[in-house]
Design a protein around this ligand. Structure first.
Ligand code: HEM
Ligand code: HEM
Length: 168
C-alpha cells in the first residue's frame, strides 16, 4: 500500500451525494417530459402515462435548494477543487440547468408553447450538464481510479473532519 486512501470531507460527500441522486432523476424525468410533450428530435416509441411535468417539477423543487447549498460549498470551502476544469464544468452545467428550470413555467409544454427562450436554454443546459458530468466522472476515474471515485461515496468520517476547517 503505497498511498493513503483518498478522503473527502463529510459535508462535501453529503451535498455531492444529493446531486448524484437528484441530477440523474431530473435528467431522466426531463427526458420523458421531452418525449411526451415535445419530441422534435427524438421520442420514445410510446407516450409514457403519468404527469411527468409534475413529477419532474417535484424533483426540481428538491434539487434547487440543495444545489444552492452545494454551490455555496463549492465556491467557498471547495474552491481548490474547482481549479480542475471538469469539476468546474459540472458545476456550471448544474447552475445553468437549475437556474433555467426555475424560470420555466409548467404550463408552457402542456399548451404546446415550445419556443420560449428559457425553454431552449433549459434544453441546452440538459445537454451541457450531461456532457459535463460524463467528462467529470471520466476525469475523476482517470486521475484517481476507482479509489478516488469511491471516496465520494464512503460513509466514515474522520474526527479531524470539521466543515469550517479548510482543506482535507
Ligand atoms: C451528478 C452530477 C454531479 C455533479 C453536478 C458533480 C459536481 C461536482 C463538483 C462541483 C465537484 C467539486 C466540489 C468542490 O468544489 O468541493 C465534484 C467533485 C468530485 N466528484 Fe462530482 N459531480 C457529479 C457526479 C459525480 C459522480 C457520479 C462521481 C463518481 C465518480 C463524482 C466524483 C467526484 C469526485 C471523486 C470529486 C472530487 C474530485 C477532486 O477532489 O478533484 N461526481 N463533483
Ligand atoms: C439534468 C437535467 C435537468 C435539470 C437539472 C432540471 C431541473 C429543473 C428545475 C430545478 C426545475 C424547477 C422546478 C421548480 O422549482 O418548480 C425544472 C423545471 C422544469 N423542467 Fe427541468 N431539468 C432538467 C431537464 C429537463 C428536460 C430535459 C426537460 C424537457 C422538456 C425539462 C422540463 C422542465 C419543465 C417543463 C419544468 C417546469 C415544471 C414545473 O415548474 O413544475 N427539464 N427543471
Amino acid at each position: 500500500m503505497a498511498q493513503r486512501a483518498p478522503y473527502q470531507p463529510a459535508l462535501l460527500r453529503l451535498l455531492h451525494g444529493a446531486m448524484v441522486l437528484l441530477v440523474p432523476l431530473a435528467s431522466l424525468t426531463g427526458a420523458v417530459v421531452f418525449s411526451n410533450h415535445d419530441g422534435r428530435w427524438w421520442r420514445l416509441p410510446v407516450q409514457v402515462p403519468g404527469d411527468w411535468i409534475d413529477l419532474h417539477g417535484s424533483v426540481g423543487v428538491m434539487l434547487w435548494p440543495l444545489t444552492l447549498l452545494f454551490v455555496i460549498y463549492a465556491l467557498s470551502l471547495g474552491r481548490q477543487r474547482l481549479s480542475r476544469a471538469a469539476n468546474a464544468a459540472a458545476l456550471i452545467g448544474l447552475v445553468l440547468a437549475v437556474g433555467s428550470g426555475k424560470l420555466m413555467e409548467e404550463d408552457w409544454l402542456r399548451s404546446g408553447e415550445l419556443d420560449h427562450a428559457v425553454y431552449h436554454l433549459h434544453l441546452l443546459s440538459w445537454l451541457l450538464i450531461t456532457g459535463a458530468v460524463i467528462w467529470h466522472v471520466l476525469a475523476a476515474l482517470q486521475r484517481g481510479g476507482l479509489s478516488l471515485a469511491a471516496s465520494m461515496f464512503r460513509l466514515e468520517r474522520r474526527p479531524s473532519d470539521q466543515p469550517w476547517r479548510l482543506g482535507r
